[in-house]
Structures are given as structure tokens and as C-alpha cells.
Design a protein around this ligand. Structure first.
Ligand code: NAI
Length: 344
């Protein structure tokens, strides 16, 4: 079992090393992200381990297959960066469906609390011995309406956190949980009624730019938007315009559509060309973190544990299918895994 590990960061290496040693998996840690230019590095490996900003399109799939790679092991939950249709029949794809939904839901609330009460600004002011409170007025969360889009593992934990603050929760999900205590409304109602909107759905063709100028038009003046899911859920230029128009009260973002060459890297000292991102960063009511919602010790440990289990499972006779995904997944009629125990 020789695995090429792309986009390696020091915290990945620290969390994976004990597991790969114990489970006798040969891993080579590469710094670059996987894409058509770097796929060559996977030559001679049995599998590749990738993260959210590696790119597996048809060209990369064909290259990996020609180099003898048999499986892709995502060390994350989302798989929107993998062309599953191109992989089908050629490369098996595994993921880590959950590693700590608490980490992400807690970070979403941490970001919003920071931005609502301008804690990031206050911290800097006090460090400069500036004890003025001017411009720091936030709003009580008690009694406010929060609209949660996506009531999966993370969304449900976020809902419980919001209820702890005494907020009214409404939600929208393509697949609402039957007989739950969640008040589901249409997407349009959610946009109209919410003081705060938090995104916890995956990035799919239907959810791409779910926040755009039309949906922003429906929202209340002063609406607060939280996105810890995927950058592509928001049209960033429309968001920026909404902020300039004073329509959006705050934006708390852990993800950004064009993050792939920026987030996770030290860009200090570089000239940044993304003027939308620069303007967002400059806004007093916008707070951005660099896709760090998942980053807790518990989550890193769970990611390394599940990913190495996926690797062991795939290469053993006791073929482990639980965490395999293919483009039939979720489509009951066509799900080959359900009928034949294998995606292909
Ligand atoms: P999940 O699969 O448990 O829940 C997703 C929910 O979204 C499901 O209830 C599903 O029915 C719903 N959904 C699907 N399509 C929808 C649509 N068109 N409209 C509304 N709802 C829809 O996933 P989980 O674990 O809660 O994760 C949610 C998202 O969080 C992931 O897709 C991922 O993009 C993001 N994430 C971000 C991380 C970070 O570090 N910032 C870390 C982990 C996940």
C-alpha cells in the first residue's frame, strides 16, 4: 500500500504519522496540491490521499489510472472537487463522511459572535490602549430568527447551539428530516424571515450561488450571513455589492469560491490579485477565516483514523465499502453499492 499524500501540511503529517506507522501504510507526503500538472508525482503509487482544494477532473483521472493508481482517499467530507462520473469504473473514491461536525458548527457560531460583537476589532483596539467602544454595537441573539440551509450533521448541531441562545430556528433542506422538531420553510420564506442565515448544505449544481443578488433582494435589511460550507454557495461579488448597499449586516466566511490557490497558504508579502476578496477583507462587518472550521485536534485525529481505515479496507480482502462514493450515491434506483456491494 503506497499512498501519495498531496497538499500535506505539518498538522496533517503530525496527525497521520502515528496511524500510518501502526497500520503499516507506506505514505509519501507531498506539499503540492493534486492537479493535472502534479499528477505525475503519483506514478508508482497505489492510491492518492487528497483534501478540499486538490483537483480531480477527467484529465487527472486518466493520468492517475495510467500511472497505476487504484483509489482516491479524500481526507474530508465534501467531494465536489472530484469528477465522480470520470472516476466511475476506473478509480474508487473514499471519503471521511464525518470527523467532527461539532468543530464546524462551533466555528460557525464563533465567527458570527466575533463579527456581531466586533471582537476582532476590540482586540486590536485594546492592544493599542484604545478603550473606545465607538462602532461596536451588536445585536442580542435572543429572540432573533436564524435560517439554517442544510439540516445534516453540522446543520443540526448548529441548530442546537442557536437554540441555546434562545433563538428561533427555521430551516430549509432538500430532504427534510421527517417528524423532527425542526420548523422547515421554503427557501424563499427562509430568505425573507431570517435575521441570520447559516449555510450547511453541500456544493451541488442546485446550491451553487444559492446566495446571489436575487436571494439577497429577498432578505431582511441587515441580514447576517454565515458560510462554513463551501465558497461556491455564495456569489462573492453579489455579496460584496449587498454589503456596499448596506443590505447585508455582516458576513462570516470560512470558505471562499476562489480559495483554492490562496487559503491554507502564507500569502503575506505577496501582491494579491483577487480584488473581490481584498474588498471583503477590508469591510468592517466581514470576518474571514481560511477554511479552518474543521481544525480541532479531535477532528484531525478522526480524519487520520478513518482515512487510514479506508486505505486498509480497500486493500484488504475484507473490502471496506462504507465510505466509498460514486456518482450513483444517493440515487436509490441506480445505487450499485446497495445492490452489488461495490460501486463498480
Ligand atoms: P451532511 O451530508 O450531513 O448534511 C448536508 C445536508 O444538506 C443534508 O441534510 C442534505 O439533505 C442537505 N442538502 C443537500 N442538497 C441540498 C440542497 N440543494 N438544498 C438544501 N439542503 C441540501 O453534511 P455535513 O457533514 O453536515 O456537512 C455540510 C457541509 O459542510 C459539507 O457539504 C461541506 O461542504 C461543509 N464542511 C465544511 C468544513 C470546513 O472546514 N469549513 C468541514 C466539513 C464540512
Amino acid at each position: 500500500m503506497k499512498i501519495a499524500f498531496f497538499d500535506s501540511k505539518n498538522y496533517d503529517i503530525e496527525s497521520f504519522e502515528p496511524f500510518v506507522k501502526e497500520r503499516q501504510i507506506e505514505v509519501k507526503f507531498f506539499e503540492p496540491k493534486l492537479n493535472a500538472d502534479t499528477a505525475e508525482m503519483a506514478r508508482g503509487f497505489d492510491g492518492v490521499c487528497i483534501f478540499v482544494n486538490d483537483t480531480v477532473n477527467k484529465e487527472v483521472v486518466d493520468k492517475l489510472v495510467s500511472f497505476g493508481v487504484k483509489a482516491i482517499f479524500l481526507r474530508c467530507a465534501g467531494f465536489n472537487n472530484v469528477d465522480l462520473a470520470a472516476c466511475f469504473g476506473k478509480l474508487h473514491v473514499y471519503r471521511v463522511p464525518a470527523y467532527s461536525p461539532y468543530a464546524v458548527a462551533e466555528h460557525a457560531m464563533a465567527l458570527f459572535l466575533t463579527s456581531n460583537r466586533r471582537i476582532h476589532k476590540a482586540y486590536n483596539r485594546v492592544r493599542e490602549y484604545n478603550f473606545s467602544l465607538s462602532g461596536f454595537a451588536g445585536m442580542d441573539l435572543y429572540g432573533k430568527t436564524v435560517g439554517v440551509i442544510g439540516t445534516g450533521k453540522i446543520g443540526r448541531i448548529f441548530i442546537n447551539i442557536c437554540r441555546g441562545f434562545g433563538m428561533r430556528v427555521i430551516a430549509y433542506d432538500l430532504y427534510p428530516i421527517p417528524n423532527s422538531d425542526i420548523e422547515y420553510v421554503s427557501l424563499e420564506e427562509l430568505f425573507k424571515q431570517s435575521d441570520i442565515i447559516s449555510l450547511h448544505c453541500p456544493l451541488t449544481p442546485e446550491t451553487t450561488h444559492i446566495i446571489n443578488k436575487d436571494s439577497i433582494n429577498l432578505m431582511k435589511k441587515g441580514v447576517n450571513i454565515i458560510n462554513t460550507s463551501r465558497g461556491g454557495l455564495i456569489n462573492a461579488e453579489d455579496l460584496l455589492q449587498g454589503i456596499k448597499d448596506r443590505k447585508i449586516g455582516s458576513a462570516s466566511l470560512d470558505v471562499y469560491e476562489e480559495e483554492s490557490d490562496i487559503f491554507f497558504e502564507d500569502k503575506s508579502g505577496h501582491i494579491m490579485n483577487d480584488s473581490t476578496l481584498l474588498q471583503l477583507i477590508a469591510m468592517p462587518n466581514v470576518i474571514i477565516t481560511s477554511h479552518q472550521a474543521f481544525l480541532t485536534n479531535e477532528a484531525l485525529n478522526n480524519i487520520a483514523d478513518t482515512t487510514t481505515n479506508n486505505i486498509i479496507g480497500f486493500f484488504s480482502d475484507n473490502y471496506n465499502l462504507d465510505n466509498e462514493v460514486c456518482y450513483h450515491c444517493g440515487n436509490q434506483a441506480n445505487c450499485r453499492k446497495a445492490r452489488h456491494k461495490k460501486c463498480f
